[in-house]
Write a protein that binds this ligand. Structure first.
Ligand code: TMP
Length: 207
């Protein structure tokens, strides 16, 4: 798939600081005059936000593991065709809070769904687009799960063992693709973590 834009994703287990850092990065890029499009997964389209509600609602206990995969992929397929690909073709920088790596880490390593199957469905739902850079923010699993302070959604409510597998899964993905996936450990100072992220992003968008 050929396009002029750059595609950057943020990933990480629960409470890894993705929202804070994507927000700060978007402000930084906008202030430097860059044309950016920010999206989150699942969501950022009308259909995707409805799928998000379905997926995260604790009342939907009966959602099966494979249904969960298909719903994340459906939201992704809509987002790629409606927002991401058109923006990338126009030469914009697309910043996404999560993408296919999240399904591999959560439903694959966390939930035990076959990784190759996820990658195959992923190829269809992403239309083959791949991030130029992925920032993997990591933090301690228990600290991360307890940091939001709000009532846990359906995914956050899964067991501690599940979330530990997700974290390990993400680290495995980073080891397998160190050129694309850069691990950024949370510093006590948000600004210090953000500086590291900006340095990595600058290298990619200046290419
Ligand atoms: P968020 O909290 O980062 O907005 O993501 C929503 C939740 O959905 C979060 O608990 C991670 C989970 N998730 C998956 O389990 N699989 C996926 O493919 C994606 C994109 C998110």
């Amino acid at each position: 798939m050929k396009y002029r834009g750059k595609f950057i994703t943020f990933e990480g287990p629960e409470g890894s600081g993705k929202s804070t850092h994507t927000k700060l990065l978007c402000e930084y890029l906008k202030n430097s005059g860059k044309n950016i499009v920010y999206v989150r997964e699942p969501g950022s389209t009308k259909v995707g936000e409805q799928i998000r509600q379905l997926l995260l609602d604790v009342k939907n206990k009966e959602i099966s593991d494979i249904t969960e995969v298909c719903l994340y992929m459906a939201a992704r397929a809509q987002l790629v065709s409606e927002v991401m690909l058109p923006a990338l073709k126009k030469g914009k920088i697309v910043i996404s809070d999560r993408f296919l790596d999240a399904t591999i880490a959560y439903q694959g390593y966390g939930g035990g769904i076959d990784i190759d199957l996820i990658k195959k469905i992923g190829l269809v739902s992403t239309l083959g687009i791949k991030p130029d850079l992925t920032i993997l923010l990591v933090t301690d699993t228990e600290k991360g799960l307890n940091c939001s302070g709000r009532i846990k959604d359906r995914i956050e409510s899964k067991s501690l063992a599940y979330h530990k597998r997700v974290r390990r899964g993400y680290l495995k993905l980073a080891r397998e693709d160190p050129r694309r996936i850069k691990i950024v450990n949370q510093d006590v100072l948000i600004s210090r973590t953000q500086d590291i992220i900006r340095e990595l992003i600058d290298k990619i968008i200046k290419k």
